[in-house]
Design a protein around this ligand. Structure first.
Ligand code: SAM
Length: 244
């Protein structure tokens, strides 16, 4: 008897939705979901823009998003990676990590579902807690099922708990600017979002080991946030509208 388990398969994977998030560049995006409480939405693509496709989805509090690391596809994948958790010094197998450089470039994240709404004729799932770049193609959406997906006593390998947070302070200029942008963008918790993003200390691991005088920039919503590290705290220096 022949089995066909080793036969090549063909697939026509396509985006079922596009994720809209405040994260306009990869740098600064939380490294896992659920770390920053900010809203985004999942916008169904024209072929799937039918209420029937999401009928009943509101009864779930959380969803799995399967997506494509589309910004990294061109760089391919490697057998081993250096996880930031290990200070960027040690190598682990790609399948022992959540690296974005992986065969097929597929990521998965659990996000909170708030509502199903229509925006400009498009069906959108309003979500929060995502770790996805704005414009990320979503290739599938599934309900999170606690009885099966939440596993008591599971072990987390190199990632046993959420990363330690670093204190974030604002210069007096940045304090004034964040209030103005908060009003202009109509985002009342803008400062909290910036603080929560930077508290993750987005710098690459090798930078954390040395004296670091660099001024960093993170693009969120329609603003660029400039910051630096002062000893063990992060200081937001200035916030400017994104220059297009
Ligand atoms: N939770 C997912 C997983 O485990 O598959 C993603 C984990 S991955 C370490 C999270 C990082 O992926 C983010 O910090 C961001 O830098 C990167 N990222 C998010 N969306 C991306 C995209 N569309 N293309 C490439 N990189 C992306």
């Amino acid at each position: 008897m022949t089995t066909h388990s080793d036969q090549p398969f063909q697939s026509d994977i396509e985006a079922v939705a596009i994720c809209r998030t405040p994260y306009k560049q990869k740098f600064g995006i939380p490294r896992q979901p659920g770390l920053v409480n900010v809203k985004g939405w999942v916008e169904l693509t024209p072929k799937f823009n039918q209420l029937d496709a999401v009928r009943g989805i509101e009864q779930y509090s959380h969803l799995w998003l399967l997506f494509c690391f589309h910004e990294n596809l061109a760089q391919g994948w490697k057998n081993t990676v250096r996880p930031p958790r290990l200070g960027g010094n040690e190598k682990l197998g790609v399948f022992a990590t959540r690296s974005t450089f992986r065969p097929n470039g597929i990521g998965q994240s659990v996000v909170k579902l708030h509502s199903v709404v229509r925006r400009n004729g498009k069906i959108c799932l309003e979500i929060s807690g995502m770790d996805l770049l704005d414009g990320t193609p979503i290739i599938d959406i599934k309900p999170y099922i606690p009885f099966s997906d939440a596993i008591d006593n599971a072990t987390g390998g190199i990632a046993q708990s959420a990363p330690e947070l670093i204190e974030v302070q604002y210069s007096s200029l940045a304090e004034t600017q964040v209030l103005a942008h908060s009003k202009a963008l109509d985002i009342s918790h803008l400062q909290q979002v910036i603080t929560d993003v930077l508290a993750q200390d987005p710098r690459p691991a090798y930078k954390k080991a040395k004296v670091d005088l660099k001024i960093y920039q993170v693009a969120l919503f329609d603003i660029d946030v400039f910051w630096r590290v002062n000893d063990k705290t992060i200081e937001v220096i200035e916030i400017k509208p994104t220059s297009v």
